[in-house]
Design a binder for this molecule. Structure first.
Ligand code: HEM
Length: 123
């Protein structure tokens, strides 16, 4: 997938678009750092994680160690509203990228499953 979509620049664009949505979202914005440098660092962490997950260089693990994503999300209350908002912005970002139908479907299926996996709070 990493090679098919054009490598790191694809994920750079994807995370930029996604984080624009996050910054403007009343449900999600309060969870993320308000400091612009820290907010950008959060985007860069997601960028390198996705690069690694989809078959690119392992920069994420070299810099951050094992992803342990559920554990890293434990400080944040993530219920259905947060999951749905996160997924809506990511779905919009993926759709805007103009992937082939098969790649788009594979990516959206992954984000649906991983967003559900990150939920840690009951209604
Ligand atoms: C379900 C809703 C989700 C919410 C509300 C959420 C929220 C957050 C927040 C608040 C942070 C911390 C930002 C910071 O302070 O640096 C974060 C980090 C991160 N998230 Fe999520 N997230 C969600 C789902 C996901 C999913 C599905 C993935 C992966 C596919 C993901 C990947 C990451 C990564 C890689 C980091 C950085 C971890 C690190 O190295 O510190 N998140 N997320």
């Amino acid at each position: 997938m990493y090679d098919r979509v054009g490598g790191t620049p694809f994920f750079d664009e994807l995370t930029k678009r996604f984080y624009e949505g996050v910054a403007a979202d009343p449900v999600l914005a309060p969870l993320y750092p308000s400091d612009p440098d820290e907010f950008e660092q959060a985007r860069v962490n997601l960028l390198w994680f996705l690069v690694q997950y989809w078959g690119g260089p392992a920069t994420y693990s070299e810099e951050r160690g094992h992803p342990k994503l559920r554990l890293r999300h434990a400080p944040f209350v993530i219920g259905a509203a947060e999951r749905d908002a996160w997924l809506a912005h990511m779905t919009e970002a993926v759709r805007a990228a103009g992937l082939s139908p098969l790649d788009e479907a594979q990516m959206l299926t992954y984000f649906q499953a991983s967003a559900a996996h990150m939920v840690n709070a009951a209604e």
